[in-house]
Design a protein around this ligand. Sequence first.
Ligand code: 0FX
Length: 246
Amino acid sequence: MKKRVLVVSDNVTLCNAFQKLIAAYQEAEVVYAYSYTNKNFLSNKGLEVKARSICIKEEVESLVGRYDLILSLHCKQLFPAALVKAVKCINVHPGFNPYNRGWFPQVFSILNGMPFGATIHEIDELLDHGGIIAQRKISGEIWETSMDIYNKIVQAEIMLLEEFLPTILNNTYTIVSPTVEGNVNLKKDFNALCHLDLSEAVTMGQAIHRLRALTHGDYKNAWFEHPETGEKIYVSINLEKEEKQK
Ligand code: 0FX
């Protein structure tokens, strides 16, 4: 009998990459879904899968029994305990567990020096916490912004999927449980980082790290308040390493 797999993802790059990888496995029947809060998901340019909207907490009963495996490829919803206890649920996470679990791991790793990387793990009731199936560390350079590092992390996630998908599908992987709990960052921690207090005294190094952690393409992350009008002034940083003459 074919393995019934539900992929819940809010990330187009990962959905497309997964579809290519799974094509080699005739024994899997895959359905794609995206978060009901992610209203514009289907209008993403380049999306190559057919997907439906899902509110996981409202569908727990019907998901149990309907799927053998549920994969989260950056799904923005928390999986309810009742679901993870009843169905094998696996998460592909853009961080090196158990360090900086939760929101935007590379942003926090730039600031606290913890490792960057990607992790595939079983989902339990805690955030980015279950037994680790596979993980890969990646390097971050001092001239790289959040986006530069994030792009490398997504490539590492795809490589891990390519390597471990067979064992995930036939349930022959082994897991390692981290010996420490690590740390968790939430969306509110990221939002707090974004507010730059003009009277805060920091070293130049701290200021540069804060800005490269908050520079990610066109996102308006870091801001300070205009001292007279109170308007937000957004800040990002441009870093460029010199080209060495050969
Ligand atoms: O999908 P994702 O890459 O990941 C996030 C969490 O970091 C992750 O722990 C969780 N498992 C997953 C479900 O959600 O998030 P994203 O596509 O919204 O953002 C990708 C990167 O873009 C993020 O790491 C930092 C950057 N970003 C994103 C937003 C929305 C910003 O710098 N500012 C933003 O406002």
